[in-house]
Design a protein around this ligand. Structure first.
Ligand SMILES: [Cu+2]
Length: 456
């Protein structure tokens, strides 16, 4: 395809004064009659932060923050982001979960050319679905996401939902040592297993923070797993919490239950009834505390549980007419020949094919070609001992059933496929393009677990 010409920064007034390391973002407001466009200038740049008390860590930040600046837009509106690359290497931005045209999808050599240091690229697309989404590079992912290039993208509903309060909680573990220096983002023996975990877990970039919430109110918690590797087993012991949306799409509200497994790239939206002032709740990952939620006095009258969030407008797959495609996800094991020749490891494959992140032509050989407008069922079969959050770009899919758990069918963009699990998901192939289909454990994706699916 022909790529939009990349833009070079020279002469772009106002940007250079921010300087390297400052980051920065501007929300271009002040056009009240043009409220349908949400405009940002988003600079990616190095930044030093204090992740480990008393030590400096040189992260890569979006808008002067790591995790990055929270971008917001309203359902059905346009989002425009001028991405300015002040990093020492090429990058792109992928908008996880947003159904958009291929040219805006941020996949290098498929959607666009990489944005080189000192260049910018204008992303511009409509946001068709309300919900919690996120953004990150789709190039050198282990290192770029690992250094902090991950950020929330919140799409608000067009009408008030009944939630008067909300908080975004980004989960990320950092590959740093006790002095705050980065350690390896990927270790081969870990990549061949569950992926290389970071050592320092944070919520909104802070280790075990205390977050204050208004007593008596029902607060919408948007919990986003922006981690390279970890599946969080989320729990809120003794809390009254209900699930309102999964991965950006509303569900009929139901109790959170004991634990919800949130894989890399996945999002969980909860309604939480904040207890009486002074009380504390613990947001946990299994037995570990991630954050303390502290109730503080609120002058407002107590809130009540909002109704279910309005459904996004997604095409319902026609299961009677759908063609079934099978995808086997396997461990490939052996060190590939290319490693000895300086190439990458290939530990994982889909239907016997491992993606090579060093080969720009992989996307020219899609693993499946779907006819635009037709319905398909994907049978996802995991024949490995590790779980894989399977993500598809460009389209949402509906999870139908699983041989390992009871599924209440729901729409998502990422499904956490457990070890030895077979699940069926369905979609209408309604967005033309070549779409990445991959595991969101970055180590798995970078060692083979990625494919292209063409819709034409
Ligand atoms: Cu995986």
């Amino acid at each position: 395809m022909n790529f939009t010409r990349r833009q070079i920064l020279a002469g772009l007034a106002g940007v250079s004064v921010l300087g390297l390391g400052a980051g920065g973002a501007r929300y271009w407001l002040g056009r009240p009659d043009e409220a349908k466009t949400h405009d940002y200038e988003l600079i990616a740049a190095p930044l030093d932060v204090e992740l480990v008390p008393g030590h400096r860590t040189f992260v890569w930040a979006y808008g002067g923050q790591a995790p990055g600046l929270e971008l917001r837009a309203r359902q059905g509106d346009w989002l425009r982001v001028r991405f300015v690359n002040h990093l020492p290497e090429p990058s792109t931005i992928h908008w996880h979960g947003i159904r958009l045209p291929l040219e805006m999808d941020g996949v290098p050599y498929v959607s666009q050319l990489p944005v080189l240091p000192g260049e910018y690229f204008d992303y511009r697309f409509r946001v068709p679905d309300a919900g919690s989404f996120w953004y990150h590079p789709h190039i050198a992912s282990g290192e770029q996401l690992g250094r902090g290039l991950v950020g929330p993208l919140i799409v608000e509903e067009r009408e008030p939902t009944g939630f008067r309060h909300e908080r975004t909680l980004t989960l990320k573990s950092w590959h740093v040592d006790a002095q705050g220096a980065f350690s390896a983002f990927s270790v081969p023996r870990e990549a061949a297993r569950g992926g290389t975990p970071g050592r320092l877990t944070t919520v909104n970039g802070e280790a075990v923070p205390t977050l204050e919430l208004p007593a008596g109110q029902i607060v919408r918690l948007r919990i986003l797993n922006l981690d390279n590797t970890l599946t969080y087993r989320l729990g809120l012991p003794d809390a009254e919490a209900r699930i309102y949306a999964l991965d950006g799409h509303p569900v009929a509200p139901r109790p959170l239950g004991e634990e919800y497994w949130l894989g890399p790239g996945m999002r969980l939206e909860l309604g939480l009834r904040v207890p009486a002032a002074g009380a504390e709740l613990s947001l946990r990952n299994g037995p570990l505390r991630l954050a303390t939620l502290k109730s503080v006095t609120s002058g407002e009258v107590s809130g009540d549980w909002p109704a279910a969030l309005p459904a996004n407008s997604l095409a319902e797959p026609d299961l009677a007419q759908a063609e079934t495609l099978r995808f086997n996800i396997e461990w490939a094991g052996a060190l590939s020949e290319s490693v000895t020749q300086g190439g990458g490891f290939k530990f994982w494959q889909i239907n016997g094919q491992a993606w090579d992140i060093g080969d720009r032509s992989c996307a020219e050989r899609p693993i499946a070609t779907l006819r635009q407008g037709r319905s398909y069922v994907f049978e996802l079969r995991n024949v490995s001992q590790y779980q894989h959050p399977i993500h598809l770009h460009g389209m949402a899919f509906k999870v139908l059933d699983s041989n390992r758990r009871t599924i209440v069918p729901y729409f998502t963009d990422t499904y956490l496929l457990g070890r030895n699990e077979t699940a069926r998901v369905a979609l209408v192939a309604d967005n033309p393009g070549v779409w990445m289909f991959h595991c969101h454990v970055v180590d798995h994706m970078e060692t083979g677990l990625m494919a292209a699916i063409k819709v034409a």
